[in-house]
Design a binder for this molecule. Structure first.
Ligand code: GDP
Ligand code: PGA
Ligand code: MN
Ligand code: MN
Length: 612
């Protein structure tokens, strides 16, 4: 990095006069003692140098430029493959403010502990300073951050996932702007002469948010959700606290634009837990004729009520960090087109002999490949259960390469949301789609959302847990207060102008364990029903849980599905729902007095309707 480093650290040594930034960077450097400090510019030359450096340490393997230009394969340490929820902390000053769903430690105690870990931890390494903005640089109030990291992998990935570089730093300097200081280290110092490993990390990991200070300290992991600090740590955990204080919403939601054959446009946001279908729905290719989906975001939505009383959403990110396995030309052709343009990083997928990547579910399996763990893979070994890719392997690719990116993506005002979908993975109980009766009932559905755990977080996969608004690992404060914030959005504003709320489940199973609903592009049928409900055109049956489509109201033209099968897809079984009641009761009791009473009223209402 020498050339660029010299040009950007001349005279004062810092390419900014922003004292807050200088103090932060110098403070971290003094504590972590890196060999070099490098201020990122975001230029193409910088990317070339970074990726070359990553190739030389063996972190990156350059893919065949004829197949995936300017793209790289990386394999992590097997102990560093996903978010670490049990190592993630919300260190509020008062323990009560972190609530019963987060890990807590006193902020001063945590800092003391982490200062011990950070002391000298960047020895032998370059410390990269990444000025970034979540959302638009020309937003009314741009949301700045400075990530300081000793990982070139993180720096390269941040360039894909967030707007960053010299123009951001200039604007921060001009405005003398507030920013979120975000400190990251892989926690793997190098002694003089010690060779680096391909994926430096540490057995000890901490992912820590200080909500009052709006600061982030991350240690020990290089994995996306733990290390690309603009994403989950800032745009969800810290931003949710800002949103509570300022009256807006920071949510784990995709944003899409849907246009009907008549040219009517609607905007939909959807919250599903990690690895439950956001990226796929965001880029959906409708199977029903004449309908069009364009994407605005696949993971995070910041939503504010506008002067017109509607809820306006922006995607603060700049790239997609998508689950690789299962992605293919059928399930997500738009993601395939996006990554095939190149400029992407693939982590923990298989590497083929011709210098391409491959993962489970992709077309045309290669005759041989190297797995993410470096084992030799063949289709025969696959039959014995050997996987090329970790179930949480990811592609990291620029959003601007997506052919179906909506023009409104570049509008700092965002788009007015017409419908919010909540959804998760449930084998039973939850029908394909139903509509909430009103905003408060919709908040109840979100607050009681349940889903099976996935490989996106370390821990057992397939356990049903409550994952409120798909935000369980991301709410930066007391979830009881978070529910209250949602309820008050409906009270402080004209609820009639807010989005209608729906609940979906693509993952219901039949007796043989197969998916009852074909999913992916066929989910356009559900989107169509949703917008027809909003426009008062589609029929529904009122059930104990909400408004469920009549079999005729769901467009099944061209879908090979018997009437009986469709009934199973839409079925509401009172016995299954009665079994949910004690679980919801137990979930709500966790929050004590912090749970808004109206949610208890909603639960009583559900119980009464199920008994009627
Ligand atoms: P995200 O992490 O919420 O963005 O989820 P993704 O869209 O990346 O999907 C995660 C996993 O769920 C992938 O393996 C997908 O193939 C799978 N998936 C997504 N949508 C559907 C669907 O409609 N039906 C089924 N059966 N699987 C889906
Ligand atoms: P996902 O994003 O929601 O696309 O899985 C990463 C994560 O939530 O860990
Ligand atoms: Mn996510
Ligand atoms: Mn995703």
């Amino acid at each position: 990095m020498t050339a660029t480093q010299e040009s950007s650290t001349s005279a004062t040594g810092h390419p900014t006069t922003h004292q807050g930034i200088i103090d932060f960077v110098e403070g971290v450097a003094a504590m972590t003692t890196p060999d070099r400090v490098y201020w990122c510019t975001g230029s193409d030359e910088e990317w070339t140098e970074l990726t070359a450096a990553l190739e030389s340490t063996g972190t990156f393997t350059r893919l065949n430029p004829d197949i995936k230009p300017n793209s790289f394969h990386a394999a992590s340490d097997p102990i560093d493959v996903a978010r670490v929820e049990d190592r993630t902390y919300i260190c509020s000053v008062d323990e009560k403010d972190c609530g019963p769903t987060n890990n807590w430690m006193d902020p001063e105690e945590m800092k003391e502990r982490m200062r011990g870990l950070y002391a000298g931890c960047m020895k032998g390494r370059t410390m990269y300073v990444i000025p970034f903005v979540m959302g638009h640089l020309d937003a009314e109030k741009p949301m700045f951050g400075i990530e300081v990291t000793d990982s070139a992998y993180v720096t390269a990935s941040m360039r894909v996932m967030a707007r960053m570089g010299s123009n951001v730093l200039e604007r921060m300097t001009e405005l003398d702007a507030d920013f979120v200081p975000a400190l990251h280290s892989v926690g793997h110092p190098l002694e003089p002469g010690e060779a680096d490993v391909a994926w430096p990390c540490n057995d000890t990991k901490y992912i820590v948010q200080f909500p009052e200070e709006r600061a982030i300290w991350s240690f020990g992991s290089g994995y996306g959700g733990n290390a690309l600090l603009g994403k989950k740590c800032y745009a969800l955990r810290i931003a949710s606290v800002m949103a509570r204080d300022e009256g807006w919403l920071a949510e784990h939601m995709l944003i899409l634009k849907l246009t009907s054959p008549q040219g009517v446009t609607k905007y939909v946001a959807a919250a599903f837990p990690s690895a439950c279908g956001k990226t796929n729905l965001a880029m959906l290719e409708p199977t029903i004729p004449g309908w069009k989906v364009e994407t605005l975001g696949d993971d995070i939505a910041w939503m504010r009520v506008g002067d017109d009383g509607r809820l306006w959403a922006v995607n603060p990110e700049y790239g997609f960090f998508g689950v690789a396995p299962g992605t293919n030309e059928h399930t997500n052709p738009n993601a395939m087109k996006t990554i095939n343009k190149g400029n992407s990083v693939f982590t923990n997928v298989g590497l083929t002999e011709d210098g391409d990547i491959w993962w489970e579910g992709l077309e045309n399996p290669p005759a041989r490949a190297t797995t993410w763990k470096g084992e030799e893979w063949t289709p025969e070994k696959a039959e014995e259960g050997l996987l090329t890719s970790h179930p949480n392997s990811r592609y990291c690719t620029p959003i601007k390469q997506c052919d179906i990116l909506a023009d409104e993506y570049d509008d700092p005002r965002g788009v007015p949301i017409d419908a919010i979908l909540f959804g998760g993975r449930r084998k039973t109980t939850v029908p394909l789609v139903f509509e909430a009766r009103d905003w408060t009932h919709g908040t109840f559905l979100g607050a009681t959302l349940s889903s099976e755990t996935t490989a996106a977080a370390v821990g057992q996969v397939g356990l049903v847990r409550r994952d409120p608004m798909a935000m369980l690992p991301f709410i930066g404060y007391n979830a009881g207060n978070y529910f209250d914030h949602w309820i008050s959005m409906g009270k402080d504003h004209d609820a009639a102008k807010l989005p209608k709320i729906f609940y979906v489940n693509w993952f219901r199973r039949d007796e043989d364990g197969g998916f009852l609903w074909p999913g992916f592009g066929e989910n356009s049928r559900v989107l169509k029903w949703v917008v027809e409900r909003i426009d008062g055109q589609a029929a529904a049956v009122e059930t104990a849980i909400g408004h469920v489509p009549t079999p005729e109201s769901l467009d099944t033209d061209g879908l090979d599905m018997t009437e009986e099968h469709l009934r199973d897809v839409l079925a509401v079984d009172p016995a299954e729902w009665r079994a949910e009641l004690p679980e919801i009761q137990e979930w709500f009791e966790k929050f004590g007095d912090d749970l808004p009473t109206v949610l208890w009223t909603e639960l009583d209402g559900l119980r009464a309707r199920l008994d009627a």
